[in-house]
Design a protein around this ligand. Structure first.
Ligand SMILES: Cc1ncc(COP(=O)(O)O)c(C=O)c1O
Length: 395
């Protein structure tokens, strides 16, 4: 492999079909609220296995709409993982709620359910309102177990599945449960940022099996506006009709936002969705090669491994001399990345009292983790080069 080529940790893949789909959308009548949004939502819901899907402008907007729809308010306490992108926690703050972090399981890197259980057991009932587990790196959270725990304490669940379209776990009967399928979590969210499995530039999706939440999300996505004769609160006389609402009429019934996505972004997302499963299959092959290369190496302290249902948005190695490896790989054209700096230690969250030592597993993970290149178009030669450079660095 020539050394001049840059190998990033993740990248999008835009095909001729994608360009054709976007071009068609741009030449059609609607730039924003056109038919491709609905088509993408239906296709995505069908891929994930949820009843409903709501496409929005990005994953962060999806999270914010979820906390709004669930009625998070100042004083509410919501539990999430420190090893995630800040948006998983920030959505609680947008509504004035309090973020309570709990440690990760050092083997899976996911929010440790036992830590969450301990928090809930130690507090009077009613202290916490919700949990936001994250299918971090693409590894599926056992959402059935979280549902059981949440039900005991009357909590809602938002599953942050940004890393995991195509991921799944097996429930207690051995059935495959796709990340975000709505069987256990109240709401789940996805991101279509370029490094994710499905790219639409910016973009996001909320999935759910709850019709009431779905209908509310549709309103909140577009300013809290209602366009339905049967739901109006003002009189027809006020509206300007004679016993009926005039054609132009609509009502803003709650405070929403403009979190709409465009028709041409949905054309891209929908086109990419056709290759989603093939992409996950290829990611799993890449993971197998990494495992094969690094299993048993003394400088490897942990890794994502081969795990059934893992969607491998990221492939994480935990290593000795992580900083030196990171710097060295850059000199070799390999742009590995670190996911994530623990959220509770971001200056913004430190102001609420979180400090070093609060979550030993998350903090230890952060000291050692590095995300290796992982994307479907990573070719074998490139992966071999990445592996060879890492081995050369240590041996
Ligand atoms: C776990 C997680 N949650 C939420 C988000 C937010 O998604 P977006 O960047 O589309 O706003 C991301 C994206 O990076 C993410 O990785």
């Amino acid at each position: 492999m020539e050394k001049t080529k840059i190998i990033p940790y993740g990248r999008q893949n835009i095909t001729k079909e994608d360009i054709k789909a976007v071009t068609e959308a741009l030449q059609a009548d609607f730039l924003t609220q056109g038919p491709r949004i609905d088509a993408f939502e239906k296709a995505f819901a069908s891929y994930i296995g949820s009843d409903y899907a709501v496409a929005v402008s990005n994953g962060t907007a999806a999270l914010h709409l979820c906390t709004l729809a669930l009625g998070v308010k100042p004083g509410d306490k919501v539990i999430t993982s420190p090893i995630t992108f800040a948006a998983s926690a920030n959505c609680v703050r947008y509504c004035g709620g309090e973020v309570v972090f709990a440690d990760i399981d050092p083997e899976t890197y996911l929010l440790d359910i036992e830590g969450v259980r301990a928090l809930l057991e130690d507090a009077p009932k009613g202290t916490y309102q919700g949990i936001i587990p994250v299918d971090f790196a693409g590894r599926a959270v056992d959402m059935q177990a979280f549902r059981k725990l949440a039900d005991k304490y009357g909590l809602w669940i938002i599953e942050d599945s940004c890393h995991a379209p195509g991921g799944f776990f097996r429930d207690s009967s051995g059935n495959q449960q796709n990340c975000g399928n709505g069987s256990f979590a109240d709401l789940a969210i996805f991101s279509f940022h370029p490094v994710k499995h499905i790219a639409s530039g910016e973009g996001g999706m909320i999935t759910t099996n709850n019709r009431e939440l779905y209908e509310n999300l549709l309103q909140l996505r577009t300013h809290g506006i209602v366009k339905d004769n049967t739901l109006y609160q003002n009189s027809t006389t006020f509206a300007g009709g004679n016993g009926a609402y005039p054609g132009w009429y609509m009502e803003m019934q709650q405070l929403g936002f403009n979190y709409r996505i465009t028709d041409f972004q949905c054309a891209l997302g929908h086109s990419q969705l056709q290759r989603a499963e093939a992409g996950v299959t290829r990611r799993r092959e890449i993971a197998e090669s990494y495992v094969h290369a690094f299993n048993g190496k003394p400088y490897v302290k942990g890794q994502s491994g081969v795990v059934e249902g893992h969607a491998y948005h990221l492939y994480v190695l935990e290593v000795e001399k992580r900083k030196e490896l990171y710097d060295y790989l850059r000199t070799q054209g390999i742009f590995a990345q670190i996911h994530y700096i623990p959220c509770h230690l971001m200056p913004y969250y430190r102001q609420f009292g979180w400090k070093e030592g609060d979550f030993p597993a998350a903090e230890n993970y952060y000291r050692q983790c590095i995300s290796l290149p992982m994307y479907p178009t990573l070719i074998q030669d490139e992966q071999d080069y990445v592996i060879e450079r890492i081995i050369t660095f240590y041996e």
